[in-house]
Ligand binder design. Structure first.
Ligand code: DLL
Length: 438
């Protein structure tokens, strides 16, 4: 039997959700038009007035916006409230160009906390739990978001932030953490370290984990669940929409429910920008219908995804998004073939390797090269060159079967690929040095 944080909303009949979205959308478009010059100019340019938006069916008439608009409007250009009404700023970890900064009023934070509290309850949490938050705290939204949700629910909250894994483990054991929140790659690393220290999965008190902020596969989920002895739930969000909690997984673990009382989701064709029907694969676009300080209308996430309204056994009626299948901008084109890092990861896990790898793409003599560095398990290590070559060839074959192109596989010593306390750096695309827009 499912528990909910806000049952009436989370299980509301779909027709009613749509009515609610329509009403909020009409108000929000007017609010944004009246208060944000940047949007007003975009809408005027497209010839759309707030009166043209009478409900959900008119959403497609609004202009799409992207990270470029956010960068152009940096820092205050999309602000809809006076700065004195704002109480917080967060920012993306973007390393190129201007960062994206998002502003929050107290009301925005309250709704964000609700979204994260819903996620914790959907993962089996209650006010009896000890919520161990090992997402980074600071400008990144992961720590603050789950921290807010955990407080709202009344959990005993451990705001650990990321890093210092020995201390994480000591607190986890001594203070009996029951729910772990961090990136999936850090969860995998904590699991690995626990094992190294001689702990068995049943030695910790954890029952669930809420992992997101980066792509991870079903195979990785199984690995983490086994090593930590927990159920691992996905959580999705982005700084621009507030942070984690835009969507969260329930006990069915078959995709993430989007908090549709606050966000309208669309799927578009990333090339033509045409809205695609439910069930199509395309780019996820969000319209935030409750945000005060930093409103977003039709924001292109670049995440490739499929939405589904199949009935969920948990009783929630919110539309579900699948795990993002890559980004319309992290897809690599190698030797003319579209490659997602998650495809390579799936092969590695399927072949029994840990998800510790690095993909290096380059162009040599006008031809693309793909090198995959993969860590071995201690037990795979052999000083016979012949054995190692055989293993590399076998993995190479498996990746070739998946992608249709031939990679060069390098098996490297355990722990030799640098670990991350936040998002793992999976891909190094050296073609950028040649000015190629990958
Ligand atoms: O990563 C917010 C977050 C924090 C989500 C903690 C979940 C947990 P950004 O740093 O702005 O925000 O990055 C947003 O990360 O567009 C996706 O490409 C990716 N992403 C986020 N969650 C997932 C997920 C946070 N569950 C970008 N699976 C998004 C795959 C994810 N990718």
């Amino acid at each position: 039997m499912s528990n909910y944080f806000q049952k009436e909303i989370e299980t509301m009949p779909v027709e009613q959700i749509k009515e609610m979205q329509s009403e909020k959308l009409v108000k929000q478009v007017k609010y944004v038009y009246d208060n944000v010059k940047y949007y007003r100019d975009l809408m005027d340019k497209k010839g759309v007035k707030p009166e043209d938006i009478k409900g959900l069916e008119d959403l497609h008439k609004l202009p799409l916006i992207s990270k470029n608009d956010l960068r152009e409007a940096y820092p205050y250009g999309l602000l809809a409230k006076d700065l004195k009404d704002c109480v917080r700023i967060h920012s993306t970890s973007g390393t190129t160009g201007k960062r994206v900064v998002a502003f929050y009023t107290q009301h925005d934070i309250d709704l964000w906390d609700d979204c994260c509290a819903r996620a914790i309850v959907a993962a089996g949490g209650s006010d009896e739990d000890v919520c161990h938050i090992a997402y980074g705290f600071g400008l990144f939204t992961g720590g603050a978001g789950l921290n807010g949700g955990s407080h709202k629910l009344g959990c005993l909250t451990l705001p650990m932030s990321s890093g210092n894994t020995d201390r994480q483990i000591q607190f986890m054991m001594d203070l009996k953490s029951t729910i772990l929140c961090c990136t999936p790659s850090y969860a995998a690393y904590i699991g690995e370290t626990l094992k190294e220290k001689g702990y068995k999965p049943e030695d910790n008190h954890l029952k669930a984990g809420i992992f997101g902020a980066e792509a991870w596969t079903e195979e990785m989920r199984k690995d983490i669940e086994k090593n930590l002895g927990i159920k691992a739930y996905d959580i999705y969000g982005l700084t621009e929409t507030s942070g984690p909690g835009v969507a969260f997984e329930c006990e069915e673990q078959t995709g993430m429910h989007i908090n549709e009382d606050h966000f309208i989701a669309e799927i578009i064709d990333p090339d033509t920008e045409e809205v695609l029907p439910l069930g199509s694969k395309g780019e996820l676009v969000f319209t935030a219908i409750d945000k005060e300080a930093f409103p977003l209308l039709r924001y292109r996430t670049r995440d490739i995804c499929v939405l589904s309204r199949e009935k969920c056994s948990c009783g929630r009626t919110f539309v579900k998004m699948c795990k993002p299948m890559g980004r319309s901008d992290d897809m690599m084109i190698i030797k003319g073939v579209n490659v997602f890092p998650s495809q390579i990861e799936a092969v590695l896990l399927n072949e029994g390797y840990a998800p510790n790898y690095q993909i290096v793409v380059d162009r040599v003599n006008n031809s693309d090269t793909l090198d995959v560095y993969v860590e071995m398990h201690e037990s795979d290590f052999s000083d016979k060159v012949k054995d190692m070559t055989k293993k590399e060839k076998s993995l190479q074959g498996a990746i070739k079967t998946m992608l249709g192109i031939n990679p060069k596989v390098h098996l490297v010593a355990p722990k030799s690929i640098q670990r991350s306390e936040g998002k793992a750096v999976r891909v190094i695309d050296k073609r950028r040095r040649l000015g190629i827009n990958v």
